[in-house]
Ligand binder design. Structure first.
Ligand code: ADP
Ligand code: MG
Length: 351
């Protein structure tokens, strides 16, 4: 068996709670929004980990934790084996250089008053050691070229570009410091469907060219499928299922993943493998007051009182244990294996 590449970034029981306050004059903390509430995963060198979940499940908060824009309430982020949540400011600066973020909305994340050259070159102000002053414009022109934009555009402003081109600018900026890891928070969700594939293709090409490791976040399973080696599905601040893209897309074991997948439009309904569309009951509960036990139970057709009482750990279902791939397909559901054993299509409400 080929040796597994090293885990370059590891999350261990990551938690981010935002205090929930009441009152204007006298502010009191009345609770906490549990935006991220116990997330663990490994990102291996050169691979792409897709993170998927509905709006509000904590994806952007997780992204900010990973690039050290936010400090976790608890848990560890290990970069090359070292816990970065405990580093001094100085040591953290060099870690930050190696883990860059690409933001969701290229319309709002680029300063409209700065030229493209200044936007892409701005990271050099914080890390002047990467590009000496006299060399910066050449570097920026090179970066424009690398992301498929004309280097002659260096003095233009963001409004002179299309959405897809602006996201290319955002990606060029993310590449400026030659990071090892890029965390991309819904990099194509603000773009027209027709240009989404171009940006995803660009990201794949850059990954090969620069040996990048990616965390790519999306609310849409179809976007992540194309680019991911492995996928983690999030619900209410937690990972509910993780596996290779084949495992997640062809053999989803968590009811939430099954429901998400059933909503993805497929060109040929036969290829859904007889799976019906699952409509989930109710809304996502508030992350300030998540359900006891399994957080998905209030919307799950399999839930019983055990799910109310016991929190299902993210575990490998017994039926999978012998299959023994190096990276486990794990599911946080007490009844994850059942569908495997019976092979029955899941879901009570069909369209
Ligand atoms: P996603 O990116 O998956 O849509 P977010 O990480 O943006 O989710 O948000 C997760 C939850 O945390 C939401 O309920 C959101 O309102 C809350 N949240 C995010 N940022 C903050 C903050 N700075 N202060 C308070 N609550 C926040
Ligand atoms: Mg978000």
């Amino acid at each position: 068996m080929p040796e597994m590449p090293e885990a370059i970034l590891q999350a261990r029981d990551l938690v981010k709670h935002y205090p929930l306050t009441q009152g204007v004059v006298i502010r009191r903390t009345v609770g906490a929004v549990k935006a991220v509430d116990g997330v663990s995963f490994d990102l291996r060198r050169g691979e792409t980990l897709g993170i998927v979940g509905e709006s509000g499940c904590g994806k952007s908060t997780l992204a900010k934790l990973l690039v050290n824009l936010e400090r976790p309430t608890a848990g560890e982020i290990r970069y090359r084996g070292e816990d970065v949540t405990r580093l001094s400011r100085r040591a953290l600066k060099s870690v930050r250089r190696n883990i860059q973020m690409v933001f969701q909305d290229p319309y709002t994340s680029l300063n409209p008053r700065m030229t493209v050259g200044d936007i892409i070159g701005e990271p050099f102000d914080i890390h002047p050691e990467v590009a000496p002053k006299g060399d910066r414009r050449r570097r920026v022109r090179e970066l424009l070229d690398v992301v498929g934009l004309n280097p002659e555009y260096i003095n233009r402003y963001p409004h002179q570009f299309s959405g897809g081109q602006r996201q290319r600018i955002g990606i060029a900026r993310g590449l400026a410091l030659r990071p090892e890891i890029i965390v991309a928070d819904e990099p194509v969700s603000a773009l027209d469907v027709s240009v989404q594939a171009q940006v995803v293709n660009l990201m794949e090409r850059l990954q090969d060219e620069f040996g990048l490791s990616y965390v790519v976040i999306a609310h849409d399973l179809s976007v992540v499928r194309h680019i991911s080696d492995r996928v983690a599905v999030m619900y209410l601040g937690r990972v509910v299922e993780t596996g290779t893209d084949e495992e997640i897309y062809d053999h989803p074991t968590h009811p939430y993943t099954q429901a998400l997948l059933s909503a993805v439009p497929v060109p040929d309904p036969e290829s859904r493998g007889g799976r019906e569309r699952i409509l989930l009951a109710g809304d996502v509960p508030s992350p300030a007051d998540p359900p006891s036990g399994c957080r998905f139970r209030t919307r799950c057709w399999k839930a019983d009182e055990r799910c109310e009482r016991e929190t299902p750990p993210l575990a490998v279902p017994p039926a999978f244990r012998t299959a023994g791939g190096p990276v486990a397909h794990a599911s946080a559901c007490h009844y994850a294996e059942e569908r495997l054993v019976t092979g029955a299509a899941a879901g009570p409400a069909e369209v």
